[in-house]
Ligand binder design. Structure first.
Ligand code: AMP
Length: 182
């Protein structure tokens, strides 16, 4: 019981540190700004700790972080659970041979790339990003990992925008989130 209360108070504090910026980067978007969470060492550490508590001991060997904000949360989780970190990057950023997946964003279209050879077949992978909106980004990330033969165990985001029903696009893949924003 006390662990649950502790989780609740940590999550409440994390939520309070996320700044919502209306009409950024374009009209109608309520931008969830996690840079204000990073300014608070306790809330930032609690965020990482909650993910570590969830994923340690799950035999995960790959943490794949989505550019750019998955690069903030992914590496400390990877180090703590003894997994490698694999960056999933925007086009033309990775210097080696890549595989690519196009996807649709809440505001525009984009593409993710992963280095060939970064992941071995049958590795167990966790996908990390800051936020799920429509779910297109996480779908593209999962496709990249599955094309490389990895098993995606779960996806993890700090924030979910449940009204956009992105979770429904994950083909039943478990999604762990810390806070919802409506
Ligand atoms: P989606 O593919 O629609 O799930 O969009 C998720 C990706 O877009 C994540 O990498 C987020 O960083 C970014 N994103 C989408 N909507 C927002 C938002 N309202 N606030 C902050 N980031 C967002």
């Amino acid at each position: 019981m006390s662990a649950c209360k502790d989780d609740d108070s940590r999550i409440h504090a994390i939520k309070s540190k996320i700044r919502v910026v209306p009409n950024f980067p374009k009209p109608g978007i309520m931008f969830q700004d996690i840079t204000t969470l990073l300014l608070d060492p306790k809330a930032f550490k609690d965020t990482i700790d909650l993910f570590i508590e969830r994923f340690k001991g799950k035999n995960i060997s790959v943490v794949a972080g989505i550019e750019a904000r998955g690069f903030i949360f992914g590496p400390p989780i990877a180090l703590a659970i003894g997994a490698k970190f694999v960056p999933l990057r925007k086009p033309r950023k990775l210097p080696g041979e890549v595989i690519s997946e196009k996807y649709v964003l809440e505001y525009g279209t984009d593409c993710l790339e992963m280095h060939v050879g970064a992941v071995e077949p049958d590795e167990r992978a966790l996908v990390v990003d800051d936020l799920i909106a429509t779910g297109g980004t996480l779908c593209a990330a999962m496709n990249l990992l599955e094309r490389a033969g990895a098993e995606v165990v779960e996806c993890a985001c700090v924030i979910e925008l449940p009204d956009l029903k992105g979770r429904d696009r994950l083909n039943g893949k478990p999604l762990y989130i810390l806070v919802e924003s409506h």
